[in-house]
Design a protein around this ligand. Structure first.
Ligand code: FE2
Ligand code: FE2
Length: 181
């Protein structure tokens, strides 16, 4: 893990977000992210990123992987900010998944969630602060790819409409399965 503290992660987030002229992250959004544990919560309890700050570290790794793929494959996006948006916020749903405990593990599953869902839930939460492009919506909705087979037909259609949907899933897999090996 590269970052040790919440302050280091917030600083890195603001630095990365400022690289995109088409992205305006409001103070209100940053406050909401901080209050809801975006920089402190884990990405999982049993799987990759199961430590404090793991959710941010995973999200940043996906954003960076998607930016690397964008350059390598010369991907064209509706908006230049999109690989960053999809990477950083695809797992925003996880903000409601974990709660602090006083034992050594530090985190447990939250059994008192209000919203269900995964990619779709991340889009709902993000819509409070950003107006997303269709490409961003589909990239986040289908970022689990074959791991969430609730609607294969729609996933096929989404990939055919935007090939970036496939690369968003690939970046998530790369960050979770290869970088975290
Ligand atoms: Fe996910
Ligand atoms: Fe993810």
């Amino acid at each position: 893990m590269t970052y040790q503290t919440e302050v280091e992660r917030i600083t890195k987030f603001i630095e990365e977000a400022s690289k995109y002229s088409t992205l305006n992250i409001s103070e209100e959004f940053i406050d909401w992210l901080r209050e809801n544990g975006f920089f402190t919560k884990p990405a999982a309890i049993k799987h990759h990123g199961n430590y404090s700050g793991g959710l941010f570290d995973h999200s940043l790794a996906v954003a960076q992987s998607l930016c690397t793929l964008t350059k390598a494959l010369n991907l064209k996006w509706q908006n230049q900010r999109s690989p960053f948006i999809i990477g950083m916020f695809h797992d925003l749903c996880k903000l409601e998944d974990y709660t602090r405990t006083t034992d050594v593990a530090g985190w447990a599953y939250n059994n008192d969630k209000i919203l269900t869902g995964h990619g779709d839930k991340s889009i709902i939460m993000l819509s409070q602060f950003l107006t997303l492009t269709e490409e961003e919506i589909l990239g986040i909705r289908f970022h689990m790819g074959a791991y969430q087979t609730d609607d294969w037909t729609a996933y096929d259609k989404a990939m055919k409409k935007y090939e970036t949907v496939l690369w968003a899933h690939t970046a998530d897999m790369y960050a979770a399965k290869i970088l975290n090996k």
